[in-house]
Design a protein around this ligand. Structure first.
Ligand SMILES: [Mg+2]
Ligand SMILES: [Zn+2]
Length: 185
């Protein structure tokens, strides 16, 4: 029997959900939600989207912080979101070092593939929201739509955009990105 059709959205973490510190977020006390992030995620959650966080955390593989510390930040973040009424369906982190040439570090698509294994969803109605070109490229490689947000690295990415990487939409922040996703679902 066909599994029920799910509404899926992929969201990058650093620079989209939380403030990019221009270094890794190594502990919960360094974590700050981006302006509009909780509101935007709540809009998606309430609209029935399954939210998947897709994030490169090479600081683990490169020995800057531990995987346990990364998961601790994750747990606290999910807890704070839950208090706000946001349900996160899943999160996939690439913990390999930048030079490991793994098959999951964005712009590769293994994290996205793993996140939605066995999930029935329509790629044509699915968006990847991110602030870096590696997010846009991962989304394109995976065959979903892309939204660049102007938080985090977004303004720098926007300046360097090539025709091949041009996203379908550019949004001010996660609230605006969420409206676009909801309008196009
Ligand atoms: Mg980012
Ligand atoms: Zn990896």
């Amino acid at each position: 029997m066909q599994k029920p059709l799910r509404k899926v959205v992929f969201v990058d973490r650093d620079g989209v959900i939380n403030v990019d510190l221009w270094k890794y977020v190594e502990s919960w006390d360094e974590f700050r939600f981006e302006k509009g992030a909780l509101e935007g995620l709540k809009m998606l959650s309430e609209a029935g989207f399954d939210i998947y966080i897709i994030s490169n955390q090479a600081g683990v593989g490169d020995g800057i912080f531990t995987e346990a510390a990364m998961w601790q930040v994750h747990e606290k973040m999910v807890e704070a979101m839950k208090k706000y009424g946001i349900l996160i369906r899943g999160a996939r982190y690439c913990t390999h070092g930048k030079k490991e040439n793994c098959d999951c570090r964005k712009p590769k698509t293994k994290l996205l593939e793993k996140a939605v294994t066995g999930v029935n969803f329509d790629k044509k109605k699915t968006f990847f929201i991110g602030d870096k070109s590696s997010d846009l490229e991962a989304g394109k490689n995976f065959g979903v739509h892309t939204i660049l947000v102007r938080t985090g690295y977004g303004p720098k990415t926007e300046k360097k955009l090539t025709e091949a990487l041009r996203p379908e939409h550019i949004a001010h922040n996660l609230v605006e990105a969420a409206s676009i996703v909801i309008q196009n679902s």
